[in-house]
Design a binder for this molecule. Structure first.
Ligand SMILES: [Ca+2]
Length: 219
């Protein structure tokens, strides 16, 4: 029963992250031509150089060039019609990141743009300094996740995600498991969590009482 309650809670919690708007694992045999990406630059799918529990998948993406030559542009991703986004005004971007070059001038990151590509906002980069920047450890997969309000003065309701390595030795940064989702409206999320907790407590209490009074069936 405890396992059932845990599964129930986890299942419900998973569904509260909002609608998935974009996802890419780089496992598809058609690679960067699967329709998710508009311009791959020197980005290429390679074998995962560090297969472990943090990222056990087979394939990832890295860059053979730097800066604009290494840009990986997604297709246009529409979010304005999503009910969760309409309620919260926020998007959640997450991905796994690995880098093998810790030089001070080396950095890789992601931003998003609206069309026509004149309005660029850096969201995260490995050297820090961006809106959600940080300095991740080297030679280990790091899971990055943050919510943000899309800057939207161009093609309203649609963004392009961009990943790149700007400096250092080309090919020393890797991205994988990219996902963009809408963030649920906070009050509805809290209400739903409260409801799940109340249900779990109620069922657990009923189960425990049944066990104490010896009514549990054997076998
Ligand atoms: Ca992968």
């Amino acid at each position: 029963m405890r396992h059932f309650l845990l599964a129930l809670a986890l299942g419900a919690a998973t569904s509260t992250f909002g609608a998935t708007l974009f996802t890419e694992s780089f496992e598809n045999a058609s690679g960067l031509g699967d329709g998710n990406w508009a311009n791959a630059g020197t980005a290429a799918i390679v074998a995962n150089p560090l297969v472990n529990l943090s990222n056990p998948s087979a394939n990832v993406v890295h860059f053979g060039g730097l800066g604009s030559g290494g840009d990986l542009f997604s297709k246009f991703i529409s979010y304005s019609g999503d009910p969760d986004f309409i309620a919260s005004g926020q998007l959640l971007l997450s991905f796994d990141f690995l880098w093998t070059n810790t030089g001070a001038t080396t950095w890789a990151g992601t931003d998003h743009q609206t069309s026509p590509f004149g309005d660029e906002q850096w969201l995260w980069n490995s050297a820090g300094g961006a809106l959600y920047g940080t300095n991740p450890p080297a030679n280990t997969w790091v899971h990055v996740a943050f919510s943000f309000k899309p800057e939207d003065s161009g093609n309203v309701g649609t963004i392009v995600l961009k990943f790149e390595q700007n400096s250092g030795t080309p090919g020393t940064s890797y991205f994988d498991n990219i996902q963009l989702a809408a963030v649920p409206e906070p009050s509805s999320l809290a209400f739903l969590s409260l409801g799940i907790s109340a249900l779990a407590i109620r069922l657990y209490s009923r189960c425990s009482k049944s066990n104490r009074t010896g009514h549990r069936k054997l076998g």
